[in-house]
Design a protein around this ligand. Structure first.
Ligand code: PMP
Length: 356
């Protein structure tokens, strides 16, 4: 055994690095990104302020301007908000602060809950979704009843796209003493939120991101809303300058001009309905309803999801193959792109399915 094998933590030894393979394609519909450029006015504001940034100085450790703009938009006090280098970072902070416990989440869901739980000395426990992709509230409550736990719920759920039954989540909140993290990464598309619960329960935390509807995936900005004393505790594990000066500035401008992003969100939702309808019309494909900016579908033909994925890539269209994920076997997930990109995807999938 070489030195590193004996030295590394057991949990980390078992993990694989999160690698994103560099695949060349013409149409990229694999990562829930927003296909549109920023609104013109937002771009102008960024350009105006760019020359005044002091790159030699550390960023504002408290991200005051961004938190103030978020607080005005969300109607919550600034001390209820923490910003992070993507919501990924905030998931890690929650685990570092409250973890070393059982971390419960439905399966399949966003993979970082499990990965970061292992990284943060916690014990991940996945509870399979039911056949209709609904959460098993009974099983979650039972697991959470055994010991202190943190429950992560992606709302809408990635990769299935549905919002879980609100009354089941209500029940989980009421019948456990766990910390419950509602990850609303796709909120702007679903328009459904648990934000008011933050006032009623100190155990409820809401996560959001600028990576999807606001089209800032490249800048890595997420935020968390919780009661002030909860935020105060999480601050203890936060790196001092976790969000760089440029990302803070752009996100502050974006949220101040949130209304300008509405037509983009509407266009994406309109396109989603169109793709849904077209996919539904293709033989041997089962399409699942979605409240997010992507659609999950299952291949019911002799050809496998992996083969469909490869055939699409041959046509220059990259989507996501979920074939190896339990619960979504033989499924693929497509992110909603611009109309012309969606057309290319639809043409390619029609061709592949007709030929097989
Ligand atoms: N939560 C969910 C449910 C997601 O799907 C994603 C990204 N795919 C994230 C969080 C991470 O978002 P961010 O870019 O803000 O780290």
């Amino acid at each position: 055994m070489n030195w590193i094998e004996g030295f590394i933590r057991d949990e980390i030894k078992k993990l694989q690095p999160y690698e994103v393979p560099a695949v060349s394609c013409r149409v990229k519909l694999d990562a829930h990104e927003n296909p549109y450029e920023l609104p013109e006015f937002v771009r102008e504001q960024i350009t105006k302020r760019f020359s005044k940034i002091s790159f030699n100085r550390y960023p504002d450790a408290n991200a005051k301007e961004l938190r103030k703009n978020l607080s005005l938009k969300l109607c919550v006090e600034p001390d209820m908000i923490m910003v992070g280098n993507g919501s990924d970072e905030l998931i890690l902070y929650l685990l570092l602060c409250f973890g070393k416990k059982k971390i419960i989440y439905p399966l399949p869901t966003f993979s970082m809950y499990e990965i970061l739980a292992l990284v943060a000395f916690s014990k991940p426990v996945g509870i399979p979704l039911q056949d209709n992709f609904e959460i098993n509230d009974e099983a979650i409550i039972y697991e959470a009843g055994k010991e202190d736990a943190i429950i992560f719920l992606s709302y809408p759920n990635n990769p299935t796209g549905n919002c879980f039954d609100k009354s089941k989540i209500d029940r989980i909140i009421r019948e456990t003493t766990s910390l419950i993290v509602l990850d609303e990464a796709y909120y702007e598309f679903s328009q459904d939120t648990f934000l008011p619960y933050v006032y009623d329960y100190e155990r409820v935390v809401v996560l959001r991101t600028f990576s999807k509807a606001f089209g800032l995936a490249g800048l890595r900005v997420g935020y968390m809303i919780a009661q002030p004393h909860v935020i105060q505790q999480v601050k203890k594990v936060k790196l001092p300058y976790n969000l760089n000066v440029f990302s803070q500035m752009v996100a502050a401008i974006a949220i101040e001009n949130a209304a300008l992003f509405l037509p983009i969100v509407q266009q994406i939702k309109k396109e989603q309905e169109r793709i849904m309808e077209k996919l539904n019309g293709i033989d041997k494909i089962k399409v699942y309803p979605s409240k997010a900016n992507f659609i999950l579908f299952k291949i019911l033909s002799n050809i496998s999801a992996v083969e469909v994925f490869k055939a699409l890539l041959q046509e220059g269209v990259l989507i996501r193959c979920l074939d190896n994920i339990p619960g979504v076997e033989n499924c693929l997930r497509v992110t909603i792109g611009k109309p012309e990109e969606n057309d290319e995807f639809l043409q390619a999938i029609c061709k592949v399915m007709l030929e097989n």
